[in-house]
Design a protein around this ligand. Structure first.
Ligand SMILES: *Cc1c(COP(=O)(O)O)cnc(C)c1O
Length: 363
């Protein structure tokens, strides 16, 4: 049996007619940039997350960077980010000349450890970017309390957690604003690059809209210099179709995670745990084992693809050597880096496929 790490084709096949119609309606009308579909998607997505404004853009990394610029982040500022994430979270901070300040993660949930945030706050700290990592919501009540106490902005990085909830409230609706990626493999994925910003703050929404569109709200009226970060019409049409399935797909991911959780033998591996009062949407299903190399090659020989998210904590990437981070400052991140392993997880994963994977891992 061959089981790919992600299977975007079987999802496409399951909604082929709707996707094909969306795709060809763009070709047949010659509409590729802007238009009603982009606005319809923004409206639909802001409703989904329960926020007033949604500004679509070219990708998830742009959505973080544009937000940081809108919040006025500049050289000399510091922004707190988790020690484990995809590089976009910290890269966006550096792109604006500010300094990413890394905070270790929680040993059970892998999100930024809110208990450690206060010790990293300085007079230069402007904001916090919690990441809802692997699909698990970060501890938003605690993070918002700290942010309010020190008057910091909070941008939620929701790239891995579309539809996740904590205390019944959507991720993306807790912070001052939130960023989303619709990279094809995410829980809500386009067929190319795409991203979005959501917020309730009118001023931030307007700034983001300007920055993403050459500084103009009306054509040829450039009140500031901006950039070009647009959601393509074709992608908006595809996302409008797929948004209708997001909740169903997330429930299937949760069901598959339960299946793995109840059948994988926990004596030699650490299984993912879910924070209390949270809906974890399992963008990734990440186990931990001290015998990772052995397990990867065994699964590979049996035709099962796996992946590591990610091989190194952010502070120890080559590009951050200048920060001279010490392993002792990130004990959790450093202890999991050689143990984490992502095994296949998607809504279309069949019981038979999971049984096959479970059999190999338990053996
Ligand atoms: C995917 C991802 C992003 C960036 O998304 P792109 O659309 O690829 O730019 C940002 N943050 C996290 C945590 C991600 O997983």
């Amino acid at each position: 049996m061959n089981i790919p790490f992600v299977d975007l084709v079987s999802q496409y096949t399951s909604i082929k007619d709707e996707i094909d119609n969306a795709f060809y309606s763009s070709l047949n009308t010659g509409e590729f940039i802007g238009g009603d579909s982009v606005r319809s998607f923004e409206t639909a997505f802001s409703k989904y997350v329960n926020r007033k404004y949604c500004i679509s853009c070219a990708n998830g990394t742009d959505s973080i960077e544009i937000l940081l610029e809108a919040f006025g982040v500049k050289k000399g500022d510091e922004v707190i980010v988790p020690a484990y994430s995809w590089i976009s979270t910290s890269e966006s901070v550096s792109r604006l000349g500010a300094k990413p300040v890394f905070v270790d993660i929680e040993k059970d949930f892998y999100c930024i450890d809110a208990n450690l945030i206060e010790s990293k706050i300085t007079p230069n700290t402007k904001g916090i970017i919690p990441v809802h990592f692997y699909g698990q919501p970060a501890n938003m009540p605690q993070i918002m309390a700290i942010a309010n106490k020190y008057k910091l902005f909070v941008i939620e990085d929701c790239a891995q957690a579309h539809g996740a909830e904590i205390y019944g409230k959507n991720v993306g609706s807790w912070g001052h604003a939130a960023s989303f990626s619709f990279y094809p493999g995410k829980n809500l994925g386009a067929y190319g690059d795409a991203g979005a910003i959501v917020t309730d703050l009118e001023e931030i929404a307007i700034k983001c809209k300007k920055i993403a569109n050459h500084g103009q709200l009306k054509k040829h009226e450039h009140s500031i210099e901006g950039r070009n970060s647009r959601l393509d019409t074709i992608q908006a049409k595809i996302l409008l179709v797929k948004l209708n399935y997001l909740n169903t797909w997330n429930l299937k991911r949760i069901k598959n995670a339960k299946y793995y959780n109840t059948r994988l033998n926990p004596s030699n591996i650490i299984l993912p745990s879910v924070r209390e009062n949270s809906k974890h949407v399992f963008h990734l299903y990440v186990i931990r084992t001290k015998r990772r190399g052995e397990l990867i090659s065994k699964l590979e020989k049996a035709g099962v693809q796996t992946a590591i998210h990610y091989p190194k904590p952010l502070p120890f990437l080559e590009c951050y050597t200048y920060l001279e981070s010490k392993q002792d400052d990130f004990p959790v991140a450093c202890s999991i880096q050689n143990e984490i392993l992502s095994i296949p997880m998607y809504p279309e994963l069949a019981k038979m496929q999971m049984d096959y994977i479970i059999g190999i891992i338990n053996e």
